[in-house]
Design a protein around this ligand. Structure first.
Ligand code: FAD
Length: 517
């Protein structure tokens, strides 16, 4: 009774404050929310920021849903009212530019409170897991490992929500072989912008299914995802080797990812890489290998050149431990890295997948995690990747980066063109990720202003040279820019919006469609 009163009170306050023509009785008539709608300032503030730390927007309220029905009820109450309000799903809030925020609306906090989440349900026979949209990947991994199974495609960092990464793509070093995470989703349960709860897959409601995969939250809120699994390896041989020659580095990366075409061929399970422009503290945040005392690295750096690190990994089972040495050696023999620069470690599969979290803990201990992150992620066509080396790594960046620069190629054939995400028009394209942290430490080249300005310079460089990059985790502020981003896909994207969220209620923090409120 008391709960009911508080809930009615909270919704009434929402209406009075925003002036929204929502009738709480309409929401309540179909049954009370099972979860909790909060206007508590501390809840509101907690969803008004994100990992990027570059913007903030306070919603009127935060919904902590107890079920997908709660999500549907809230969206429907906006859709059916005379004046709509925005609804944004928020996973773990690890966006950079306020993508999960909404001003004057309601944020649905999908992650971080157990009440909403039915526990992951594994089908061993059909090799999939059904998970709540707000589930974090680390928890998906833990649940599936109980059955000796694991998802096939990952992100480098596991404290991200399923709904958040598959609204983008979800990529890591396995993507060359298994495709991005969105290529490994069998089925979704989605609340559309009309408040309808719909199951979609390749076989039913196909248009919605492809719209939502990589759809930047524009077409529906993912409440459940069915994710493909494989037998989980037990251990990983994790290797890094260095190059001073960029074309040798990219040729080797491209050779390694081309092996996906030969199912029986010996290959690495993970292929990534990064550019070493400087050896600052933050540049080492993901490193378990490098040490400033390492003689090879120091002498190589004495030349003042840029280095490239190929990062590869081979999964194995304990029972196969004897063969792993030979397999890795056979693969390494085919590569052209600088002799003597192999760094190798063996570790449990979970520790490998969860490697970035360890770095996070170290940065947190130094108060270097909760700082602004002006990240820039680009998909670059293979034919122009050398231009980025010349013009950006060896040019615009000088010898300071304020964070790691990831670089690795992927096969376009592993991406389903019917999904919403856009990639360059070549069979192989690279991710180049400038993962910088801005610091206020007196060094002008590490300030937010300097780094944001450098991002603009990089984008301008690509534009001037007609390098057809696509932003990954894109951020634009005008519809013109979004139209350019989607190119030929814009018409499809906007048609899907009309169909699944005609009142522009969802995820307006992406600033793609103008909200009607
Ligand atoms: P949020 O920031 O909460 O939301 C992102 C967008 O998705 C918003 O528009 C939101 O409205 C929408 N959304 C959230 N949940 C749902 C849902 N259930 N249904 C529909 N829409 C929803 N990405 C990679 O691909 N590979 C990486 O290796 C990688 N590493 C990262 C490492 C770090 C440290 C960080 C901070 C980010 C990394 N990312 C990586 C980027 C990350 O995948 C995206 O930022 C992702 O959106 C974060 O998930 P989240 O749960 O925090 O999403």
């Amino acid at each position: 009774m008391v709960t009911k009163f508080l809930l009615t009170f909270a919704i009434c306050r929402l209406i009075v404050t925003v002036g929204l023509a929502v009738y709480p009785t309409e929401i309540l008539r179909s049954g009370d929310l099972e979860g909790h709608l909060s206007m508590d300032p501390s809840d509101v503030v907690s969803v008004s920021r994100d990992f990027g730390g570059l913007s903030s927007a306070e919603p009127m309220a935060v919904l902590y849903p107890a079920s997908s029905r709660d999500v549907a009820r809230l969206v429907r109450s906006s859709y059916e009212s005379a004046r709509v309000f925005g609804v944004s799903a928020r996973g773990h809030g690890h966006s950079i530019n306020g993508q999960a925020m909404t001003g004057n609306g309601v944020v649905i906090q999908m992650s971080g409170h157990r009440k909403a989440a039915p526990p992951p349900r594994v089908s061993e026979r059909l090799m999939y897991v059904d998970v709540w949209g707000g589930e974090l990947w680390i928890d998906v991994l833990r649940s599936t490992l109980e059955y000796g199974l694991a998802p096939k495609s990952w992100t480098d960092y596991l404290y991200l929500s399923v709904g958040g990464t598959i609204s983008n793509a979800g990529i890591s070093g396995q993507a060359f072989n298994h495709g991005p995470q969105i290529s490994n989703v069998h089925e979704l349960e989605v609340v559309t912008g009309k408040g309808e709860l719909v199951t979609c897959s390749e076989d039913q409601n196909r248009e919605l299914y492809h719209a939502v995969l990589g759809g930047l939250g524009q077409f529906g809120i993912i409440t459940r995802a069915r994710i493909a699994l494989e037998r989980a390896p037990q251990k990983v041989r994790w290797i890094r080797v260095l190059y001073s020659n960029f074309s040798a580095f990219t040729e080797d990366q491209e050779f390694l990812i081309s092996l996906h075409r030969q199912p029986e061929a010996l290959k690495f399970d993970y292929v990534e890489g990064f550019v070493i422009v400087d050896e600052g503290l933050i540049n080492n945040w993901r490193s378990s290998f490098f040490s400033p005392r390492n003689p090879v690295i120091s002498s190589l750096h004495a030349d003042g050149g840029v280095l490239y690190c190929l990062e590869i990994a081979k999964n194995y089972h304990q029972s196969n431990a004897l063969a792993i040495d030979q397999e890795v050696e056979a693969l390494l023999k085919k590569l052209k890295y600088i002799p003597g620069t192999e760094f190798t470690t063996d570790l449990p599969y979970v520790d490998f997948l969860d490697r970035v979290h360890k770095a996070e803990l170290k940065l947190r201990a130094k108060n270097l995690w909760d700082v602004p992150h002006p990240w820039l992620n680009l998909f670059v066509p293979k034919s122009r990747i050398a231009d980025l080396d010349e013009g950006v790594f060896k040019g615009i960046l000088g010898n300071k980066t304020s964070g790691p620069i990831l670089i690795y190629p992927m096969n376009k054939s592993k991406w389903d063109e019917r999904n919403s995400v856009v990639t360059p028009n070549e069979s192989v394209f690279y991710l180049v990720a400038f993962l910088r942290s801005a610091l206020d430490n007196g060094d002008e080249t590490q300030t937010l202003k300097f780094l944001e300005n450098q991002n603009q310079q990089i984008l301008r460089f690509c534009e001037d040279r007609d390098i057809q990059v696509k932003q990954y985790l894109p951020h634009y502020t005008t519809q013109q820019e979004w139209m350019r981003h989607f190119g030929d896909k814009w018409e499809l994207f906007s048609r899907r919006k009309m169909e699944f969220d005609p009142r522009n209620i969802l995820a307006n923090g992406q600033a793609i469609f103008k909200p009607y409120f």
